[in-house]
Structures are given as structure tokens and as C-alpha cells.
Ligand binder design. Structure first.
Ligand SMILES: [Zn+2]
Length: 90
């Protein structure tokens, strides 16, 4: 899958090919259709806020479609192909 990633503080973001992450039994996998880059992401890029090790994928406020559902996810909460909005994810 493609991801826009921060690889070095203060450098331009890079479009990279990365593996689709595996999901656990309580997780869902979302195919991101849109992602906002907010002031937190700008601060990470500028080195003004701390974060985990690089590289990281920016854009923690996303909208997309449920692609996979873990075996313990409540079927009343979501289903495959449902459109969802994630307010903040890390
Ligand atoms: Zn944000």
C-alpha cells in the first residue's frame, strides 16, 4: 500500500510503498480514502513535538472504508465496506 511518510525531521514527506499491516482479533483494517494533515503533523515534521521512531505515516484523522474485521469485533458496531471516520489514531 502507499503511505505518505515522515522519514527525517524538516525534510519533505515521502510517498512510500509499505506492507499492509496485519490485524489482531479486536482490530479493524481501514482502507483510507482521505486523510487530514493537522497542526500536530506539522509540528512532528518541524521537530517541535516528540513522536516515536521514524519513519512514521502522518495523518491521524482519516476517513475510509472497513476492509477487514477481527474475529472479536462486535458486528453491531461495524461491518465490511462500511464508511467510517476516525477522529484520532496513532
Ligand atoms: Zn490532529
Amino acid at each position: 500500500m502507499k503511505a505518505v511518510r515522515l522519514t527525517q525531521i524538516g525534510h519533505p514527506l515521502e510517498l512510500q510503498e509499505i506492507p499492509v499491516p496485519p490485524i489482531g482479533e479486536k482490530d479493524i483494517l481501514v482502507r483510507v480514502r482521505a486523510a487530514g494533515i493537522c497542526h500536530s503533523d506539522a509540528h512532528y515534521r518541524a521537530g517541535r513535538s516528540t513522536m516515536g521512531p521514524l519513519p512514521i505515516t502522518l495523518g491521524h484523522e482519516v476517513a475510509g472504508v472497513v476492509e477487514k474485521i477481527g474475529s472479536q469485533v462486535n458486528a453491531d458496531v461495524t461491518r465490511k465496506s462500511r464508511r467510517i471516520l476516525i477522529r484520532s489514531a496513532r
